[in-house]
Design a binder for this molecule. Structure first.
Ligand code: PEP
Ligand code: MG
Length: 596
């Protein structure tokens, strides 16, 4: 495809390693967020046609917004549907339309470019405004612009659905639902300009065993379709136009990685037990039902986190009780008597459901998310709980609430569970008995009141992905400040210690379903901190099992005691490095830097 690109110089880009593995292949560039608008000229005889196309795109966008409005009104009420009012006003603005058409006619530029420029002028004035409300209207303008441009260029731009052969997906910002919808059979790897190691696109890559690098800044603009690139999801490096020598080096590294994966799989049926006999339950995290097979084939003994929100965000409308019942039951049946922890809907943050409008907030991660959403939309919550209790009849189901920050939330949610159980019994439905209820510990306030929470529930599962972002006040998807996002920080270790103490004092078990066990450092600390269960993306499970089986609980406990006495994440890492070098050098192979 790229004859003339042969002489192009090799360039190396450094991002954040998001999912281990190495891929070499041609790019498939998608720009799901901003479509590339270029200032291509239009031939004289095509100018009026371009104007007509612009008008069609405006009408299409209007129809799109009408549909969305209607759906929001039906599902969320009139108040929520109103958020689209300003979008519609922008679209109907006569000046914007007139200026765009003038620009097409006078400068002979294409409609997308003309519209883009006209709205740029409007946006410039918005950007200098301090008022938060008006700033948000700026976002509305950007959204309208994206919609219209998408309708103008949509046909010409490659979309993920067009992927028909193996390629490396290069994107500006794949959303969680884009990522969950990737066809694994064609996606060799993916890169994202935005995001951090625990943004949900990265988590899904790990769950699906797709190598990925995120936080690459402007890489999607530097790579062209069909360029040859290498993605190293272990070190976070991406090589554009690699030389034959570089390709050779990476092919060898790829082979070594595959061999190591195969070797690790040989222990898949062994128990996750330390050298001195402490057993840790090892389960898998899943986002969609199809991932269950991976969990089983990688040797996990249960599902420690079923992120049910993906079932809701990958579609345009709310799933019914029957649809959810079937979906959950499929997973529960497949796991037999092994536990399946079904987390209730955790939309919000970066997980946006088209029908819920949770992204129309200044701070979505601190906003209407998780249990806050479901407690204010009890209809949605009840329907989900009914489906979960009904599916529980087929196996060993536990329910878990996300994003809990105060005890009242748990009490209210439990009350709703009781009402749902009573209703189902009255309706003569068969339901699971003794379904345990747990909460995620992922906000600093939940840690602070963990002793009280522990009296309300049967188990805890620590969500370090969020706990880190809320504790260190560092957005988990923001590349620029990702240097601060660390599970080795003493503030995190202390909070995990306090959570485990609170749980054990109250005789409940405590697990982890955040991404912390994904590194050898995280796993060692979590063993020593006394966690009873680890739940992780399936492709990471063999490595975690190997680490558990390579150490004694006793030595990791004394390691943790030392780490709790130092002041920085770097000090903690230094202690871990020393422990590995002196006590368990065989674990060095799991430290990414020492591979290259
Ligand atoms: C977490 O926050 O650690 C967690 C497991 O939940 P999620 O990544 O889905 O926010
Ligand atoms: Mg979370």
């Amino acid at each position: 495809m790229s004859k003339d690109r042969k002489e192009q110089k090799e360039a190396i880009f450094n991002g954040i390693p998001a999912s281990p593995g190495i891929a070499i292949g041609e790019t498939f560039v998608v720009n799901v967020e901003d479509l590339p608008v270029t200032d291509d000229q239009v031939a004289d005889e095509r100018v009026e046609n371009e104007v007509a196309q612009f008008e069609v795109a405006l009408n299409e966008t209007e129809a799109e917004l009408d549909k969305l409005h209607k759906r929001l009104e039906e599902e969320m009420g009139e108040e929520h549907a109103k958020i689209l009012d300003s979008h519609r006003m922008i679209l109907a603005d006569k000046m914007v339309k007139k200026e765009t058409i003038e620009l097409i006619r006078t400068r002979r530029v294409n409609a997308a470019y003309a519209f883009y420029r006209v709205l740029d002028k409007v946006l410039n004035t918005f950007d200098n405004i301090k008022d938060e409300y008006l700033k948000e209207r700026g976002e509305d303008i950007r959204d309208v612009r994206r919609r219209v441009v998408r309708n103008l260029l949509g046909q010409k731009v490659e979309g993920l659905a067009n992927l028909r052969k193996k390629a490396i997906v290069v994107a500006r910002n794949l959303t969680p639902s884009d990522t969950a919808g990737l066809r694994r059979k064609y996606v060799l790897a993916f890169t994202n300009d935005r995001g951090g190691s625990t943004s949900h696109a990265a988590i899904i890559a790990r769950s699906q065993g797709i190598p990925a690098v995120v936080g690459l800044n402007d890489f999607s603009r530097r790579a062209k379709p069909y360029d040859t690139i290498i993605v190293d999801g272990i070190t976070g490096q991406v090589v554009l136009h690699p030389t034959p020598e570089t390709v050779k080096i990476y092919r060898e590294a790829q082979e070594r990685f595959k061999e190591m994966e195969q070797e690790l799989l040989t222990i898949k049926d062994y128990p996750a037990v330390t050298l001195d006999g402490k057993t840790i339950e090892l389960s898998g995290n899943i986002e969609i039902d199809g991932e269950v097979e991976d969990v089983i084939s990688h040797g996990a003994k249960g599902i420690g986190l079923f992120r049910t929100e993906y079932f809701f965000i990958m579609r345009d409308t709310l799933p019914s009780e029957e649809e959810q019942y079937k979906y959950y039951s499929g997973v529960v049946k497949r796991m037999g008597s092994d536990p399946v922890i079904i987390r209730t809907l955790d939309i919000g943050g970066d997980k946006i459901a088209r029908w819920a409008a949770t992204n129309q907030e200044a701070n979505p991660f601190m906003g209407w998310r998780g249990i806050r959403f479901t407690l204010s939309r009890k209809d949605i919550f009840r329907t989900q709980l009914r489906a979960i209790y009904r599916s529980a009849v087929h196996g060993n189901v536990k329910i878990m609430f996300p994003m809990v920050s105060v005890v009242e939330e748990v009490r209210q949610a439990k009350e709703i569970c009781e009402e749902v159980v009573e209703d189902l019994r009255k309706g003569r439905y068969q339901i699971g008995e003794n379904v345990e209820i747990g909460v995620m510990i992922e906000t600093p306030s939940a840690v602070a009141v963990a002793d009280w929470l522990a009296r309300e529930v049967d188990f805890f599962s620590i969500g370090t992905n969020d706990l880190i972002q809320y504790t260190l006040a560092v957005d988990r998807g923001n590349t620029r400040i990702s240097y601060l996002y660390s599970d080795l920080h003493p503030s995190i270790l202390r909070q995990i210690r306090d959570t485990v103490t609170a749980a054990h004092k109250n005789n409940i078990w405590v697990g982890i379903c955040g991404e912390m066990p994904a590194s050898v450092y995280g796993s060692l600390l979590l063993i020593g901190l006394g966690l009873d269960e680890f739940s992780a993306s399936s492709y990471l499970i063999p490595e975690i099992k190997k680490i558990i089986r390579s150490v004694t609980y006793d030595e990791t406990r004394s390691l943790v005691r030392k780490t709790l006495n130092v002041t920085t994440a770097d000090d903690v890492r230094a202690l871990l490095d020393r422990f590995i070098a002196e006590k368990r050098p065989e674990l060095k192979e799991f430290i990414p830097e020492s591979k290259s």
